[in-house]
Design a protein around this ligand. Structure first.
Ligand code: ATR
Length: 279
């Protein structure tokens, strides 16, 4: 069988997904292709019609279609429905089912280097309250984490996230200043905003003066690989976790849904890093 896979979004010309999924196809010794299906919002219905016609086996969905894609699905996974966002579509006997792999992919990428980090005693601070933060918040609850506070520039948006009542957890909404003051309380700090992303590589969403040196700082930004926040955490002796690992494990989970293959991909984290550095 020849797997037909791909990505829809706009713009996606620089996406690393074709490279990532080619690695997975090679690892799994499967025949297939992963193509970019770029189109602005006027082109979207035509692109989706084409994917139906070719009988695509599965595809990823990125900005700006993670919400609108829902209108074109036959079924939606309960997590994706709660988060109102879909990033992976699976063709099941001609019917399209939507999933969100952000949160679980993130957790997988974190557990790989830090297998004992997430448990009932873990105290987490999430920076940001957007789409990425929602998925991660939900998946961390799924790991039984006891405390997940949310700091965001817009406090209302953080409150909206709490009001979704995604599970049994103690959560407070904090300002970034309060988060800085309380920093020593956290075992894990997850940065989910776009702050620090190229070209604004000097930006850092909070200062880490009060961080404990046994804490893990995780940044989902992967361009650059070493963000200012991670640099600061490292300087203070804390542990770090890079954003490109999440990208890889999100892909791993999507690939698993499409092909049924659960691949060991840890060795690809460094290879992806080299790719991102242009080596
Ligand atoms: P995504 O799906 O990538 O999470 P999003 O839903 O647009 O994107 O959410 C963006 C997040 O980054 C939000 O938490 C946003 O903060 P606000 O809710 O206060 O807008 C945060 N963000 C983006 N730019 C920011 C900046 N310059 N300073 C602080 N926070 C920022």
């Amino acid at each position: 069988m020849m797997y037909k896979l791909g990505l829809i979004g706009h713009p996606i010309g620089h996406s690393l997904s074709p490279w990532i999924h080619q690695q997975f196809l090679d690892l799994a010794e499967l025949d297939g292709e992963y193509k970019l299906y770029e189109g602005d919002r006027y082109a979207l219905p035509g692109v989706l019609k084409h994917l139906k016609e070719i009988g695509i086996d599965g595809f990823n969905v990125t900005v700006p279609y993670k919400q609108v894609i829902v209108d074109y699905l036959d079924e939606i996974d309960s997590d994706a429905e709660i988060l109102s966002a879909v990033n992976t579509v699976v063709n099941i006997d001609g019917k399209w089912k939507g999933y969100s792999t952000d949160g679980e992919g993130y957790v997988r990428s974190l557990i790989e280097p830090y297998p004992n980090l997430l448990n009932r005693e873990t105290s987490v601070l999430v920076l940001g309250a957007g789409g990425a933060a929602r998925g991660i918040y939900r998946a961390l609850i799924g790991q039984g984490v006891d405390t997940i506070d949310i700091a965001n520039r817009s406090q209302d948006k953080a409150k909206d996230l709490l009001s979704l009542r995604l599970g049994e957890v103690k959560s407070r909404v904090l300002s970034y200043q309060q988060a800085e003051e309380h920093l020593a309380e956290y075992d894990l700090i997850v940065q989910t905003t776009s702050v620090g992303m190229k070209p604004n590589v000097e930006d850092q969403v909070i200062q880490l003066d009060n961080i404990r040196n046994d804490a893990v700082v995780s940044d989902i930004v992967y361009q650059p690989i070493m963000t200012q926040l991670l640099r600061d955490a490292s300087k203070r002796g804390a542990n770090i976790h890079h954003g490109h690992a999440m990208l890889l494990y999100q892909g791993q989970l999507a690939f698993e849904k499409w092909t049924g293959k659960n691949l060991a991909v840890a060795h690809l984290v460094d290879k992806l890093e080299n790719k991102l550095r242009g080596e």
